[in-house]
Design a protein. Sequence first.
Length: 211
Amino acid sequence: MDTIPQMLTRGVDHLLGRATGPLHFRVFIMPIVVTTLAVRAGLRDAREGQPAFLWSMLTKPTERQRLFRSGLKDIGGIVIVALVLDTMYQILVLRAFYVVQLLIVVIALAIVPYILIRGPITRLTRGWYQNVTAIGTVLIKGCRRRNEGKKLMAGAANQMSLQRENRPGRSKSLNWPLALRIALAIVFFVGSAAHSPAQLPKSAAPPPPQS
């Protein structure tokens, strides 16, 4: 039976041998993939205003379930791939199966990079997202005010055009009473001229007295 130091030495040799043996590409590719997923999740947390991942997991018990589901959704597939590949490596190369080594490999390649990167990315980009949100809000308000100004200008122009169109109608409606007054004045003038004393017939002079 192997002693504990021998087991530790053999485990370390087996773990280091994974970097050069068959399927060694997973040791380099999987952390890169997990890092990319962690960066994306950190940016999402910063955009939504969520706290840092690891800090919330340690200090906010009410958020642990949500964060665990979020992390499992992001790297659940990667963890399964890591389990399958390391199991294949142990069977093909080591001709044995070590559960502890399997867990160490999965945690080191998939879980640790995700936890260490997601939180700092959130902290680093939160201020940038806040500035972008503030700038976007200012631009939206400016566009709304500009549109309101355009609407007011268009309404004023329409009102002025309606007033211009209504002016001829008003002038015509005001000309009818004037024309009626002129016609009445003409009629009265003609009537008064026809019955003036200068145009009445002169009475005959009385005959001279006889002597």
